[in-house]
Design a protein around this ligand. Sequence first.
Ligand code: ADP
Ligand code: MG
Length: 334
Amino acid sequence: MKINNLGEFGFIDRIKKGCLNREEGVIAGIGDDCAVFRVSDNRVILVTTDMLIEDVHFRRDEIPPEFLGRKSLGVSISDIAAMGGVPREAFVSIGIPGNVEIEYLDKIYEGMKSIAAEYEINLLGGDTVSSPDRLVINIALTGEAPEDEILYRKGAQVDDIIFITGKPGVSSAGLDLLRYNREFENRDILLKLHFNPIPHVKAGRLIASSKKANSLIDVSDGLTADLWHICEESGVGAIIEMDKIPVADALKEYCHRYTLKIEDIILHGGEDYMLLGTVPDKSSQELERILKSGGCSYFPIGKIVGEKSMSVLYCEGDTRPLNPRGHDHFCLPR
Ligand code: ADP
Ligand code: MG
């Protein structure tokens, strides 16, 4: 069987077995946004690692190097936020083709150091190797959170309200604009979020410390794909209410201008790096108040159900089954 038939998530499932040789102290291994393990009686550490590869995740002639540096660390910061943690120590490994200009690499590190400074992250090490022809950046990042506040994908309960902390689809529209080389008056708004995603660390901490929510993930693969990760890990299903999903004006204008199906971009576009979670119905308003008073956004967009499938509900009352289509490195959309 080829990896293209198995897919990214089938592969991760396959290698999951036999990974633990010392189970004690491991709170979460493979399967969530971060691993969580105990380092002392009252302290646990979060760890995540993400790799960006030229021509898979970015094109060198498209993304300015400062933003490439910011994004390569930003995606890992987002995984720490998705557990309710604060980012701490980073390790940067980079594979560089021999003909890359040193000034270009300096700019990548300028960007990486600028986002590290904003989140008070130390860059503590890494590795530098040559790469035949594509630039590769891998970052491992640790984080911290009180153990009893950490949120996982697996906690969603039937009747929970599904919420997001931002407006989905903008980054994906930015990518579309680049791929088709399209003119657009608000080009910068779309590209900014695509090149320079903002991890929702403050929202993640507020959600976790409130102890109101049951589950949390960050939206990297796409709204439905990441909601499906929560559903699978929790053994539940979901109904999304289409008209409750907040839509950015620039995305509306862009889809109108190029007659694109906005619903597909909102539901399946990736790389938004906002948070997606679930909270019991009775605590939804209180969580909204907490997030908004901290300057963060909160949008309830649906409900968790017992039947293990996803559907979308329209304001006229129609429902349609929803396939968890999103980014998989090896599989075409399901
Ligand atoms: P995210 O999108 O939040 O970065 P991923 O979908 O990349 O998460 O990964 C899901 C889980 O699978 C994580 O726990 C991650 O550490 C683990 N994982 C992914 N690839 C591998 C691998 N090659 N070996 C071991 N664990 C992996
Ligand atoms: Mg994640």
